[in-house]
Design a protein. Structure first.
Length: 278
């Protein structure tokens, strides 16, 4: 029986087992995906003994993402470009890693808006963390012409922009309104808007009526930012779909089949997030 897991500290909150075990059952694969609580001081030993533990690979979540970069010998091009990883697997017997966040975001976007074409378009990214890096990298590969990073700490946004070349630049938060007039995509990659927290303090009135407003937060399923965008008549994209789509890559690497993100799976995980979801 093939096994994979998600590691973190703490890890009880993870919904990854719900997703992967659903796919294993639907595809008739004899396998198991489980949670493993791994303390920071245990990380090196756990990763170096992943096969001995019986695993084909694992997902990596907080607080291990940065430390894992120094422990995985084979990092793919996405990880090297973004400095972020979340999926560990074996490639030719060698412990390897990739980041699926950017791909998860992009596939969620295309699933909801199949006609979206990044070429010659402009995106505004709120935040300058690991998720922002992954999404920027994927949007650039899709042909996005211009990406503006808006972050409370401007120096961090400038540092991130410097990794990607002239198509990506840092924008002072005070200039958000003027920048948003020509944006076709706005993405919140921060934790602002999570349950119990206020959403990003940005004004949506300058966005074109054709713009899409996306949020990678999925608890709650519909954030304050998305509610405000809907009230303005803008297209929106929630974060739960990104969670589902980013899981596809790892599942295929570990279990050998590419699973589908279905409405049934979305409803299953959505009800786990919000029992009142219908």
């Amino acid at each position: 029986m093939k096994k994979a897991c998600v590691i973190g500290f703490p890890i009880s909150h993870s919904r990854s087992p719900l997703i992967h075990n659903y796919w294993l059952k639907r595809l008739g694969i004899a396998g198991l995906y489980e949670k493993r609580e791994v303390r920071p001081e245990q990380l090196a030993h756990f990763l170096s003994h992943l096969r001995e533990e019986g695993y084909e690979g694992c997902n990596v979540t907080i607080p291990h993402k940065e430390a894992a970069l120094r422990l995985i010998p084979n990092l793919d091009a996405v990880v090297r470009k973004t400095g972020s990883l979340n999926t560990v697997y074996f490639d030719g017997g060698k412990l390897s890693a990739t980041s699926t966040d950017g791909e998860g975001f992009y596939q969620n976007l295309l699933s909801a808006y199949p006609r979206f074409d990044a070429k010659a378009q402009k995106a505004i990214i709120l935040g300058a963390g690991g998720s922002a890096r992954a999404i920027i990298e994927r949007l650039l590969r899709a042909g996005m012409a211009e990406i503006a990073i808006v972050n409370r700490t401007v120096a961090r946004a400038e540092e991130l922009a410097g990794l990607f070349g002239p198509a990506v630049r840092s924008v002072d938060p005070d200039h958000f309104d003027s920048e948003s007039k020509t944006a076709t995509l706005l993405v919140n990659t921060t934790s602002q808007g999570m349950a119990g927290q206020p959403g990003p303090d940005v004004e949506l009135s300058s966005l074109p009526s054709s713009a899409i407003v996306a949020d990678i937060v999925y608890v709650p399923l519909k954030t304050e930012l998305l509610r405000r965008a809907e009230a303005r008549g803008l297209a929106t994209l929630g974060g739960l779909g990104m969670l589902l789509h980013q899981a596809v890559v790892g599942f295929e690497k570990w279990f050998g089949q590419k699973p589908a993100v279905t409405e049934e799976l979305y409803r299953l995980v959505a009800r786990d997030v919000d029992p009142e979801f219908r």
